[in-house]
Design a protein around this ligand. Structure first.
Ligand code: OKP
Ligand code: ZN
Length: 322
């Protein structure tokens, strides 16, 4: 069947409804890096550079979300968000793994629209689009079966991957600076969804609890989780070599679909992450990944340098924009 070449960009302004002003670090309020400006600057750069075409998400039933998250947890996010007044912030004392997921009045609606962006992207992949970019905000890869954490409420990449998995084997490649503990957890005992992640060493970096080489999956899923923890000193050369190893693992799995958890907080000037990667590496990563020649759904995760973020995303996506 004919396949479209241009990258579709799935975006909803609903993300603006989620706008916490601070997070808690070591008991003290600090600036919340996961800002609305992130998605806006990405959209502005894509527009200026003429990359892709913008498509609004469509509404998907919640059963796709319940397939990954505990229904009681999803309901909890909804009811708590609904109970808050504009500007109010809640740090729930359960269904949460850390102090980096403040709930505001718009958190549920924004998170649900982010899921719709991911699912719309997945459905376009099933409709034979070669590459789709879902500009999800808030991000998702730290959200687990029944917990929020690390700026994440619902796991956009996991929900989309699970949706695709009804139609074939799925490989998830997570290139965010932080290990995607939520995504790893939900697929840990499955052999139809491969999880491969490159991230900063969790011995010294968030989320601390997971992302080590010895985590390989369990039961039927043993051998279907691969972690590549990296030193903070990692530069472009080593990073690209490790990425090539990870891509070999993906090739051996021979997936039908590829889902990228695309974080740009590996950039050397990122305010909360930062390996020693420079701008040019993202185009090179994009080229290597595009070389797999798989239908590819790109899900936005982290990336917090507002000045450079748009350019990094443009460089990455251009590699797919044939
Ligand atoms: C979300 B994503 C520790 C600060 C930790 C939370 C990081 C969440 C990252 N002092 N902040 O993976 O980009
Ligand atoms: Zn991150």
């Amino acid at each position: 069947m004919h396949q479209e070449a241009a990258v579709n960009i799935i975006y909803s302004s609903d993300h603006l409804l989620h706008d916490p002003q601070f997070e808690i670090n070591d008991g003290l309020p600090v600036d919340h890096a996961e800002k609305v400006e992130r998605a806006e600057t990405i959209m502005a750069s894509l527009k200026v550079e003429g990359v892709g075409r913008k498509v609004p998400p469509r509404r998907f039933p919640l059963r796709h979300t319940y397939a990954i998250h505990d229904k009681a947890y999803v309901d909890f996010v909804r009811t708590r968000s609904d109970q808050l007044a504009l500007g109010e912030v809640l740090y729930p004392s359960f269904y949460i793994t850390d102090t980096y997921a403040p709930v505001t009045s718009g958190s549920y609606l924004a998170s649900r629209s982010a899921v719709d962006c991911a699912l719309t992207g997945a459905s376009m992949i099933l409709g034979n689009q070669r590459t789709v970019y879902s500009l999800c905000r808030p991000p998702g890869h730290h959200a687990a079966h029944s917990s929020m954490g690390g700026y994440c409420y619902f796991n956009n990449a996991a929900i989309a991957s699970n949706y695709l998995s009804a139609h074939g084997k799925v490989a998830v490649l997570d290139i965010d600076y932080h290990h995607g503990n939520g995504t790893q957890e939900v697929f840990y005992d499955r052999n139809d969804v491969l999880y491969v992640s490159l991230h900063a060493d969790p011995d010294t970096n968030y989320p601390y609890i997971s992302g080590r080489v010895g985590e390989r999956g369990s039961g039927a899923g043993f051998g279907y989780t691969y972690n590549y923890p990296l030193s903070k000193n990692t530069g472009n050369g080593i990073y690209l070599r490790v990425l090539q190893d990870a891509l070999e693992v993906i090739k051996k799995f021979s997936p039908d679909y590829l889902v990228i958890s695309a974080g740009f907080d590996t950039f050397n000037l990122d305010p909360i992450g930062g390996l020693r990667l420079t701008e040019s590496v993202y185009a090179q990563c994009g080229q290597l990944i595009a070389g797999l020649e798989l239908p590819t759904l790109i899900i936005q995760e982290g990336g917090y340098n507002l000045e450079h973020l748009g350019g990094l995303v443009v460089g990455f996506l251009r590699a797919f924009d044939l």
